[in-house]
Design a protein around this ligand. Structure first.
Ligand SMILES: Cc1cc2nc3c(=O)[nH]c(=O)nc-3n(C[C@H](O)[C@H](O)[C@H](O)COP(=O)(O)O)c2cc1C
Length: 167
């Protein structure tokens, strides 16, 4: 419960890369998530290569038609969560996988934030070309992504606005 309560998004990453062993553990946590009909048909791509990160940033900038887009917060590592575009549970599945990975990253003291800019990028040419360059079949989309890094940020306490009801 402590990890759940203390998990927060972090941004504005330093240039220090995340340890490969930590990334492996974060990915492993994702693979223990539940998925609809137990399909487990996602591909979890952990990026450690600078060149691949640069190509991904170029692709998203083209997709968004915004050359100055910096919504990856200078992260040097990212986990892409891919799903078959025709799986109607894909967003729910990815939510479960993401939460497992975010909690594990927090446990390891690795800063992280969900990146949603790939939303609706399935038909995007630059994103398709990027996926092809990393040998991903064109039936997959990038459903969401997790930026990873080190950050000195101490997020402010956030108000809890959820509605709960016990009946
Ligand atoms: C579905 C979803 C999409 C999100 N997309 C982004 C995003 O694209 N960029 C970003 O900086 N944060 C993104 N976030 C992070 C939220 O802004 C963040 O979780 C929220 O403000 C609550 O803060 P906390 O994570 O510190 O609890 C996303 C979170 C979720 C769950």
């Amino acid at each position: 419960m402590d990890i759940i309560k203390n998990r927060r998004s972090k941004r504005n990453f330093t240039s220090k890369k995340v340890d490969k062993k930590d990334i492996e553990q974060i990915v492993e946590a994702g693979t223990f998530a539940p998925t609809g009909m137990n399909k487990q048909d996602n591909i979890i791509v952990a990026i450690t290569s600078n060149t691949v990160m640069e190509n991904l940033l170029k692709a998203i900038r083209k997709h968004l038609n915004n050359e100055s887009y910096n919504g990856f917060y200078n992260c040097k590592n990212m986990i892409l969560l891919l799903s078959p575009h025709d799986n109607r549970n894909r967003k729910f599945d990815c939510g479960c996988i993401m939460q497992n990975m975010m909690l594990k990253a927090c446990e390891l003291n690795v800063g992280n934030v969900w990146i949603n800019q790939f939303y609706d990028s399935y038909e995007s040419l630059p994103i398709k070309e990027f996926l092809k360059s990393i040998d991903i079949d064109d039936s997959y989309e990038i459903t969401c992504a997790l930026a990873l890094g080190h950050s000195d940020e101490t997020p402010k306490i956030k108000p809890n606005k959820f509605t709960t009801k016990f009946i």
